[in-house]
Design a protein around this ligand. Structure first.
Ligand code: FAD
Ligand code: DLZ
Ligand code: SF4
Length: 515
């Protein structure tokens, strides 16, 4: 051990005792810096629940470190001297404490990493930026995997991750003989009155203080704080992990793609909030799920599907983000420029699927994957909304949203704005898909079976109009051969009808009329 005095800077999504910046830390000598800053709370207008969740989890983590004997320098948002930004708070701390060096774990977002380049010069003392070992695939490993590949197919990346972690492996072969059990995971949901209610945690004194602060300072941000029930400590998050494994994981697979009115969570994990800020370790979560399979409590299709989302998709989107940033954020393959409709902030639309999903988003700062992909995302792409506006909306409204995970999911997977790096075809669908996978259409003012004209489900005409207007970019895509063949087989009158219905709808949308 050296006698160097370090200032260890821990960011709001780095709340893990096993964080790389804490490796070798000496409570007797080092000081830990954490700060609530306006620049992070307002670079997009985050949902009120998201800000409250992060601040409360930060305060609880600081308390935990203090109990472990560390000296904390914790700046609250309303502290008089708060400089308002990471760089400002770091400068102030270095001036006050005069450490020998600053240690920080690399941030999740490119914009913060870019800012860090100038920190050393700003504060006049060495800044050591450590890799974030909470991810299973390092930047270098992902680059090596991606190098020379024409397509960055997630499935192949995932198989490598299975081999590397040994999860659900029997020697060199995948458990059960197959890598992927997705074909068994596409059932529509049935209402299940026996599904256990979600466990929530009533606000303690720390959270109550934070709720007052957020209500005071961020009342004009989307959402409200009435339903705050997030876990804010590692012990609470671990409790939710255990509850998920016991009560929901066995059915996770079969209802993964389903949507049901009045049941926003179905059998989803609701663990992304905690994994993304570091209260839960992704590999430990996967090992716990694997145990459920090994000990016969959960079927393979559920456990494999769950593990794939974490060691596959989660690691993969992070790899793509760091490989392609900063240009990735500007991708706009279709050249879309329409403004995001106002109802994305209120849920006030007559389209029941959108009003349900956006309403649940406002209430919980959560929607599950298929809601994000096939309802809000699908609508935005079909309607030609500017992908950057779509990206900002997702970053604002979900309590698990950090750019490294949100941006590739939005720009790549849901908007196809990267031209097909993440997916081989756009996730575009007419009302039929939503009708098959949900119960939303039954109580909608639109008729999902009606293709064009007054009262027809808008997704139907928008779907064909999307394919038509982007024909030059998409019609040679082999996976779209069938829909384009269907479009060409239609009569001229039918195609005109679809175009006219879509254009009428989009004009009303642009005019701010109720749709
Ligand atoms: P479950 O459905 O139960 O899945 C289990 C876990 O797998 C999740 O907790 C998460 O850690 C991981 N996971 C699943 N799918 C993905 C994925 N596509 N990418 C990365 N991790 C995944 N996820 C975020 O964490 N933050 C985001 O900002 C985010 N934005 C998204 C935007 C769009 C348009 C889409 C289509 C997906 C987005 N996702 C995002 C992925 C996914 O929707 C969420 O991870 C998931 O809904 C979180 O809820 P859950 O914990 O109940 O997940
Ligand atoms: C998202 C967020 C918010 C709302 N506020 C803070 C904050 O005040 N202090 C902080 O350290 N982190 C915050 N975060 C998380 C950061 O935005 C996140 O750490 C960076 O984007 C890097 O990924
Ligand atoms: Fe959505 Fe169309 Fe179904 Fe209405 S009919 S809920 S708009 S898919």
């Amino acid at each position: 051990m050296t006698s160097q005095r370090n200032l260890i800077f821990i960011l709001g999504d780095q709340l893990s005792p096993w964080l790389s910046s804490l490796e070798g830390a000496d409570p007797a000598r080092d000081v830990i810096l954490m700060c609530e800053v306006m620049s992070e709370a307002s670079y997009v207008r985050h949902h009120q629940l998201k800000i409250a969740f992060i601040f409360s989890a930060m305060r609880h983590f600081a308390e935990d470190l203090t109990e472990r004997g560390f000296t904390l320098r914790y700046t609250r948002l309303d502290d008089e001297k708060n400089a308002g930004s990471f760089r400002g708070e770091l400068k102030r701390a270095v001036e006050d404490l005069q450490p020998d060096a600053v240690i920080v774990t690399e941030p999740g977002e490119w914009r913060v990493r870019d800012d860090m380049k100038s920190w050393q010069q700003l504060i006049g003392c060495p800044v050591e930026i450590r890799a974030d070992s909470r991810f299973l695939c390092s930047h270098a490993q992902f680059r090596t995997w991606a190098e020379g590949r024409k397509e960055l197919t997630m499935e192949f990346f995932y198989r490598d991750m299975r081999r590397r972690t040994g999860l659900l492996m029997e020697g060199d072969t995948p458990c059960g003989g197959r890598w992927n059990y997705d074909t068994e995971n596409r059932k529509p949901a049935e209402p299940d009155l026996l599904r256990p209610r979600r466990r929530t945690f009533p606000p303690d004194a720390i959270t109550t203080d934070v709720l007052t602060l957020v209500a005071d300072r961020f009342a004009d941000h989307i959402g409200n704080l009435d339903r705050f029930g997030f876990a804010v400590t590692r012990a609470q998050a671990e409790e939710l992990q255990a509850v998920f494994m016991a009560d929901y994981l066995p059915q996770f697979g079969e209802t993964q793609d389903a949507m049901l009115s009045g049941d926003p969570f179905l059998n989803h994990a609701l663990l992304s909030f905690y994994i993304n800020i570091g209260l839960l370790d992704p590999l430990a979560v996967c090992r716990a799920a694997e145990r459920e399979y090994q000990e016969g409590r959960a079927p393979l299709n559920a456990v494999e599907g769950f593990i794939r989302q974490i060691i596959g998709w989660r690691e993969y989107v992070r790899g793509v983000y760091w490989l392609k940033m900063p240009d990735y954020g500007q991708s706009n393959f279709f050249g879309n420029s329409r403004a995001l409709p106002g109802f994305f902030w209120t849920g006030e639309t007559q389209m029941n699927c959108l009003s349900t999903v956006i309403g649940e988003t406002i209430d919980h700062a959560y929607a599950h994957h298929i809601q994000r992909l096939m309802v809000t995302g699908n609508f935005a792409m079909l309607a030609g909304i500017d992908p950057h506006a779509v990206h900002e909306w997702y970053l604002e409204v979900y309590a698990d949203a950090y750019e490294w995970v949100e941006l590739p999911n939005v720009i790549g997977m849901s908007q196809f704005a990267d031209g097909g790096m993440l997916g081989s075809k756009p996730y575009a669908a007419s009302g039929n898909y939503i009708s098959k996978m949900s119960d939303y259409c039954g109580s909608c003012r639109y008729d999902v079976k009606k293709k064009t004209g007054e009262g027809a489900c808008p997704f139907n005409a928008l779907y064909w109009d999307f394919l038509d207007r982007n024909g030059e970019k998409l019609s040679r895509n082999r996976r779209l051969a069938q829909p384009y063949a269907t479009w060409r087989r239609m009569s001229d009158a039918q195609r005109r009808d679809y175009r006219a219905t879509a254009h009428r709808f989009l004009s009303r949308l642009d005019a701010g009329e109720s749709v």
